[in-house]
Design a protein around this ligand. Structure first.
Ligand SMILES: O=C(O)[C@H]1O[C@H](OP(=O)(O)OP(=O)(O)OC[C@H]2O[C@@H](n3ccc(=O)[nH]c3=O)[C@H](O)[C@@H]2O)[C@H](O)[C@@H](O)[C@@H]1O
Length: 393
């Protein structure tokens, strides 16, 4: 008999049914893998695509019968925008996790309506169904709700910029600072902030049991897409996949406005540990907003590029290009209306107190495993594609 799994307070964890909206994406796929491999829980996996979780499903989109998770993952191909089956799935579950979102910055200023609809309007019924049916909700928000740091408004060399209150982002203390409306970059952060406020209000007025997750640049295998290979040729994914794409094509990495913005990167496998603790410790997670990031992995985008160039050269056994990076303006790269978060250091007090969680993987280790994956998965397909376009020219 399998050993009884205990929560952080020593109580046995009961098997639950989880309605996971957006289960076919980057985060969803890692979470499904973890839930199948290490827990007894059942997942109703809701998404429009299932490519990233195909390895967990059988040929009919159902479970693989030869794995120990047989019968515990069911794929439901539906779009939450307009599908009456959604409420039924939420009612059948103990917990709903909403991961569905447009979350690539290239879309925020070029498809602002879709961005606002997907991150705010489409999420409303999910909140409502959970609240009306007394179901728990874990909603995925973003570190972007903090916007820019207070320190970014001070002169470059101002000593206060070194003070943590001017740059460390705290769930219960930091303000949300966005740019003007014409900078449509903030359409996303603003939509995410409003859905957080709606969820918080449902908790306060109607007793909704909720947890809000603010991911800080989670990266790893299966993130986004490589343009022209498993995504649109003209698409612009997030920075890991942009740089991965450049490395696979042997072209210089593009540094937007010189790559001076700073980010902290968290390995997806560390992040999933945190989410599992939230799932299995409702008494500690309900009513909380959690930063989930790795404050020790801070780099400028330029430094990230330099690290990725070095690691990729090692894993692919290829020499570094003579001109490995080039600077581009944000207008050239993203178009009108782009703006940027200057710096994102998560305060870890709440998550460490409530869940005892802290991140482990260093940036160099997580880049090594992620770039090894990218090279293995895409290098051959990229060679074939470049050979085809060379013969057709
Ligand atoms: O992954 C995340 O957690 C966050 O990613 C994005 O935010 P951002 O970090 O700005 O997105 P990236 O596209 O990964 O860009 C990071 C930085 O790299 C720069 N960049 C991106 C791509 C590129 O080719 N070159 C380049 O210099 C961007 O201008 C930006 O300064 C999303 O907006 C957030 O919701 C999400 O929480």
């Amino acid at each position: 008999m399998a050993a009884v799994r205990l929560d952080l307070d020593g109580k046995p964890i009961k098997a639950m049914t989880i309605c996971m909206i957006g289960a076919g994406g980057f985060i969803g796929s890692h979470l499904c893998e973890k839930l199948m491999a290490e827990t007894p829980h059942t997942v109703l996996a809701v998404d429009v695509y299932n490519d990233k979780i195909k390895h967990l499903l059988g040929p009919e989109g159902e479970q693989q019968s030869d794995h120990h998770w047989a019968g515990r993952i069911h794929f439901h191909r539906l779009n939450i925008k307009h599908d009456s089956r959604l409420e039924g799935l939420i009612k059948m579950s103990h917990l709903t996790i909403n991961l569905a979102a447009i979350c690539t910055p290239a879309d925020y200023n070029t498809r602002p309506l879709e961005t606002i609809y997907s991150n705010f309007i489409d999420a409303i019924p999910v909140v409502k169904y959970c609240s009306e049916n007394g179901k728990r909700l874990i909603h995925f928000s973003t570190c972007e709700v903090y916007g820019k740091t207070i320190g970014s408004f001070l002169p470059k060399d101002h000593p206060l910029r070194q003070e943590p209150e001017f740059y460390v982002l705290k769930e219960d203390a930091s303000p949300c600072i966005f740019g003007p409306i014409e900078k449509q970059r903030w359409s996303y952060a603003c939509a995410k902030q409003l859905i957080e406020r709606l969820i918080f209000a449902e908790g306060a007025e109607n007793g909704l049991e909720f947890t809000i997750v603010r991911p800080f640049n989670w990266i790893g295998p299966r993130m986004d897409f490589i343009p022209g290979i498993d995504g649109p040729g003209e698409g612009v994914p997030r920075v890991l996949a942009c740089f991965g794409n450049n490395l696979l094509r042997g072209e210089p990495l593009k540094l937007v406005n010189g790559g001076q913005s700073q980010r902290t990167f968290l390995y997806i496998k560390d992040a999933i540990e945190a989410v599992l603790l939230m799932i299995e410790n409702p008494a500690r997670a309900n009513g909380q907003i959690f930063n989930v990031g790795n404050p020790n992995n801070e780099v400028t985008v330029k430094q990230l590029a330099e690290m990725m160039i070095e690691v990729y050269s090692k894993v692919a056994g290829e020499p570094v290009l003579d001109v490995p990076t080039i600077d581009v303006s944000s207008r050239e790269f993203y178009g009108e209306g782009y703006d940027d978060s200057d710096r994102r250091i998560p305060d870890m007090t709440i998550i460490s107190k409530q869940l005892g969680w802290s991140p482990k993987a260093s940036l160099s280790d997580l880049l090594e495993s992620t770039l090894t994956y990218q090279h293995k998965t895409y290098a051959e397909a990229m060679k074939r594609m470049t050979a085809r376009s060379a013969t057709s020219n």
